[in-house]
Design a protein around this ligand. Structure first.
Ligand SMILES: [Mn+2]
Length: 382
């Protein structure tokens, strides 16, 4: 059985006020081509299909397009589960009708939990869908007042599925959760406060493969068969160095599992560059595509005027400009101390030293003192 595992599409997401729909369409086109080439027995989307509980019409249209291509044109069964960004009830809409056509949607836990059987004769397997679980939702569903944590909720649901899977049979548990030991980035919304959202990897014991969503970096947690495919695109600065991919899991009749990563190539990459403004403007840091989404760190010792508008001439999709570490260090060094305890000249001197590594000369001190005095007397006069 061959499963194409992807997650965290976040369709309709805004990235620094840029609508990513075209970027998402671009990589979803690659995903469709992978389904054509690899002919998996199922495609699994492990939650956060949309970025918002009420997605834009354009985001809904994009999902309609990609599902029609995969489920209808390529006749590949597809499983969608809700993540913490999705509305369980809205995603659930039409699920009974859709499953007759090979689209299996789990927005919330309801009714009887039933695994989906996929694969060809002699190489079949069971797919068990666990949408993002709020403990209160599971407490009500199972009528079990002891369920108060994410771990208890997940264990209660996975136990039910485990009881339906014959021992050793090829099986995939699909879930949207934060597995302890996983490495987060800056674009996941926390599931609950204070680490109470984390679940142990042994919740997935007894399944051939756990196809996970929530963490946006592609990664295994504790074992190659407990895996996050990672998000469709880089959705934060912290992901600049992490390439995105989908995971192709091949599960043998004995339940043994081998996973390959298939790369996604973005329309515009997210990158970090640094240098002096003049060098960056003149193209000295011109590696890569100038259309990329860039986080730019300026190493200038003085704050350049209109830095962002100047940078956008060469890099129209620059999303953030940061000043040099020297200037940032000054801010950091003065934090916690009372700035009012320093006289104006000493304060300015401290800043200059941190920003330029030079103390004021006697002549400069005089100039600064005179300027401060003129400014102060002008303020008194006005
Ligand atoms: Mn997500």
């Amino acid at each position: 059985m061959k499963i194409l595992h992807t997650s965290d599409w976040h369709l309709g997401k805004l990235f620094h006020a840029v609508n990513l729909l075209e970027d998402q369409r671009h990589v979803l086109g690659q995903l469709i081509a992978m389904v054509e080439d690899e002919k998996p027995d199922a495609v699994v989307v492990a939650g956060d299909v949309y970025d918002r509980a009420v997605p834009s019409a354009e985001a809904v249209d994009l999902l309609d397009w990609v599902l029609t291509e995969i489920v209808d044109r390529l006749a590949t069964p597809t499983i969608l589960i809700a993540g913490n960004h999705d509305s369980p009830d809205r995603l659930q809409f039409g699920s009974t009708l859709l499953k007759k056509n090979g689209l299996h949607v789990a927005g919330r836990v309801h009714g009887d939990l039933t695994p989906v059987r996929v694969g060809k004769d002699g190489n079949e397997g069971l797919l068990c869908s666990v949408p993002f679980l709020e403990p209160a939702m599971v407490r009500e569903y199972l009528n079990d007042s002891s369920i108060t944590t994410h771990e208890a909720a997940l264990r209660a649901i996975t136990r039910r599925f485990r009881d339906m899977v014959p021992v050793g049979a090829p099986s995939v548990l699909i879930a949207h959760a934060y597995v302890a030991g996983g490495s987060p980035s800056d674009s996941e919304r926390t599931l609950s406060v204070g680490g109470a959202d984390q679940v142990p990897a042994d919740c997935f014991d007894g399944f051939s493969y756990a196809a996970l969503g929530h963490l946006h970096r592609p990664q295994n947690v504790s074992s190659p068969r407990v895996r996050y495919s990672g998000s469709l695109l880089k959705y934060s600065r912290s992901e600049a160095a992490v390439a995105k991919s989908v995971s192709l899991a091949e599960i043998g009749a004995d339940g043994a599992c081998v996973v390959r990563e298939l790369s996604l190539v973005p329309r515009r990459d997210v990158r970090e560059i640094q240098g002096l403004l003049a060098d960056i403007e003149s193209g000295a840091c011109a590696d890569g595509n100038s259309d990329d989404y860039l986080y730019i760190k300026l190493l200038d010792t003085t704050m350049p005027v209109n830095a962002m508008s100047r940078l956008r001439v060469r890099f129209p999709n620059a999303v953030d400009v940061n000043v040099s570490t020297a200037i940032a260090a000054t801010t950091g060094a003065t934090q916690g101390k009372s700035l009012r305890s320093l006289d104006d000249i000493t304060l300015f001197d401290t800043f200059m030293k941190a920003a330029t590594d030079h103390e004021l000369t006697a002549e400069e001190r005089k100039l600064v003192a005179a300027t401060i005095e003129t400014t102060a007397s002008a303020e008194v006069a006005s």
